[in-house]
Design a binder for this molecule. Structure first.
Ligand code: TA6
Length: 279
């Protein structure tokens, strides 16, 4: 495997390879399991993503933090409760396709094939982080695809952050009894938040304590998921420390199951998220 000068292959253990990027623009790590971005920061910034110190690194288990790739469905399988939550690929070993670098950053490409499902994931890490999931239909019949780029963004204190630009959007509130609601103003966090917004627009994560604002752009995504489990649910998540829920907010470029894309034979669907730190 030939890698550009700014990419080095390391391992968490011999069966768990990780691409380490040290480029003039950014520092990042991407695991081959799940094609999972574990960390990323522009070179003169603090880490942008949250990675649980209790994350488990083993085949079949998704890393808690970073950017899990949930695909080819979001959350519960729409028809078969026996299928795993959030799809089939977040804990699997992907194939490394290639890597390249230029003055603006590093591009890594990964591929996966599970039954009728084929995808490619492109990670472009530089001053911005861009992740593109391409669902490719190489079969003879239409396929139905949903999913999410389930981004965990690090925050100073969850009670001090706001998510901006969802005002007026309808959403499915999945905390407690599922209900449809309308967002009024910014999203704030003072209890569990588990919401699927009807929105294909960008959002901003404003961290009032640290003074940092993160811009989350996206495309190919009719749903924005915002999630923080809050203390009680977090306590039941084994790979998250008790205080972990204070330190992240998930903002996910998603395709909810009821907004699933039909991909025709020979066609592709692109789901993209782009993250940058606002000046
Ligand atoms: O995207 C939000 C969500 O679906 C929540 O309902 C919550 O369960 C979360 O993802 C994490 O799921 P996981 O399977 O990674 O524990």
């Amino acid at each position: 495997m030939t890698l550009p000068a700014s990419v080095r292959l390391s391992e968490i253990d011999p069966s768990y390879p990780v691409f380490e990027i040290n480029h003039p623009t950014c520092v990042a790590r991407v695991a081959l399991h799940g094609a999972h971005v574990m960390s990323w920061r522009p070179v003169d910034e603090e880490e942008v993503l949250y990675l649980s110190p209790d994350a488990v690194y083993k085949e079949g288990k998704a890393i808690r933090g970073g950017i899990p790739v949930c695909w080819p469905w979001f959350h519960a399988h729409p028809a078969d409760a026996a299928q795993p939550s959030h799809g089939l690929v977040r804990g699997r070993l992907w194939e490394f396709l290639d890597a390249a670098e230029d003055a603006d950053g590093v591009t890594l490409r990964f591929g996966i094939h599970v039954g009728i499902w084929n995808a490619e994931l492109t990670v472009r890490a530089g001053e911005e982080l861009e992740v593109v999931l391409e669902s490719k239909n190489v079969s003879e019949v239409p396929i139905v695809v949903s999913g999410a780029l389930h981004t965990y963004l690090g925050v100073s204190d969850i009670s001090q952050v706001r998510v901006v630009n969802l005002d007026g959007c309808t959403y499915l509130d999945s905390s407690g009894e599922r209900q449809n609601r309308i967002q009024k103003g910014d999203v704030i966090f003072n209890r569990e938040v588990d919401r699927i917004y009807d929105s294909s627009s960008s959002t901003l994560l404003v961290d009032d304590l640290s003074g940092r604002t993160i811009l989350i752009e996206k495309s190919g995504s009719p749903s924005t998921v915002v999630w923080n489990p809050w203390a009680e649910k977090a306590a039941a998540i084994a790979d998250l420390p008790d205080e972990g829920c204070l330190k992240f907010c998930c903002i996910e470029a998603a395709i909810a199951n009821d907004r699933a894309e039909i991909v025709m034979p020979g066609a592709s669907h692109l789901l993209m998220t782009r993250i940058s730190v606002e000046e």
